[in-house]
Design a binder for this molecule. Structure first.
Ligand SMILES: C[S@@+](CC[C@H](N)C(=O)[O-])C[C@H]1O[C@@H](n2cnc3c(N)ncnc32)[C@H](O)[C@@H]1O
Length: 277
């Protein structure tokens, strides 16, 4: 708990913040609301309505070249403008537990091309994890065992193989901990950042099957060309919590105070986070 307070009370400074693999701009917008120099970055166009904050390029080009957008709206690169914080939402298709049936069926390995895609996805994820930005969060669904542990040349899962795994996450959050009556387990890999504290707990979802289904909106989206994009958008409540808890206190003279309404730190506990000047 002390560590959490510690991380909140610091001298005032606006962060240069990169939200990589983000077309929705959900997290970028929340950091901008708090006065930070935040950029979304995606190979796709942005859908959040702020192209003036969107670096449409490969995320590693943005990281390595310290990209930013100048006052005239042009991309610039400046080695002296270091990134302070990186939040990344890498493609989860090949890593997520929901896709393991595309790799193994009845104990037999299938789809060799899919195993190659998995290796690419693991390398991409680990390159982000080790990109050198001082504070990093990566977000993805629950990964399957092969993604976690790593692979050798024969695609056997092993901790000492040629393709290292993405290993364990630090935390699982759910949208229902941040004001949305929905279920979607989201794992966070954190480096230099505290775990997210639930801000508005409206769950857990009911046990009744019929009622529960209503909370599984993401899993029950109808097929269509936009399905993958819609399913992967970051929830606004989680985006807001990231900005307030990982960036809020960095602003000039602001102090964040955190109050619990009971003594336990528990996902079902109601928390109150106050920003004051
Ligand atoms: C799972 S989605 C994450 C969406 C995100 N949660 C949001 O709210 O926008 C992954 C995103 O990574 C982007 N992407 C894939 N490869 C990339 C790269 N090399 N550089 C930047 N973005 C990339 C995709 O275009 C896609 O929008």
């Amino acid at each position: 708990m002390l560590r959490f307070f510690d991380s909140l009370i610091r001298e005032g400074k606006s962060l240069k913040e990169l939200v990589g693999c983000e077309e929705s701009q959900a997290v970028c917008i929340e950091f901008r609301k708090l006065g930070h120099e935040a950029y979304s970055c995606d190979i796709q166009d942005c859908s959040g309505g702020h192209p003036e904050w969107h670096l449409q390029m490969d995320v590693f080009d943005a990281i390595e070249n310290r990209a930013y957008i100048n006052n005239s709206g042009f991309y610039e690169f400046d080695d002296s403008k270091e990134w302070d914080l990186g939040i990344f939402h890498p493609v989860c298709r090949y890593l997520a537990n929901s896709g393991v049936k595309e790799l193994v069926r009845d104990g037999v390995k299938i789809n060799p091309e899919r195993w190659e895609k998995l290796k690419e996805a693991m390398n991409f994820f680990n390159k982000l994890k080790n990109c050198g930005i001082p504070k990093i969060a990566l977000e993805n669904p629950i990964p399957h065992i092969y993604a976690r542990v790593g692979l050798d040349e024969e695609n056997n899962h092993t901790y000492f193989g040629s393709t290292p795994g993405i290993l364990g996450y630090n935390q699982i959050v759910q949208p229902w901990m941040f004001g949305h009556k929905e279920m979607k387990a989201t794992c966070l890999w954190l480096n230099g950042l505290p775990k997210l504290i639930p801000t508005d707990v409206v769950g857990p979802p009911p046990k009744d099957k019929k009622e529960r289904k209503k909370w599984a909106k993401v899993h029950r989206m109808p097929p269509g060309p936009e399905r993958a994009k819609l399913r992967s958008k970051t929830y606004s409540g989680i985006a807001k919590a990231m900005a307030e808890q990982w960036g809020g206190s960095e602003l000039k003279g602001r102090i964040c105070t955190f109050k619990q309404t009971d003594n336990k730190i528990n996902v079902n506990t109601q928390y109150e986070l106050t920003l004051s000047i």
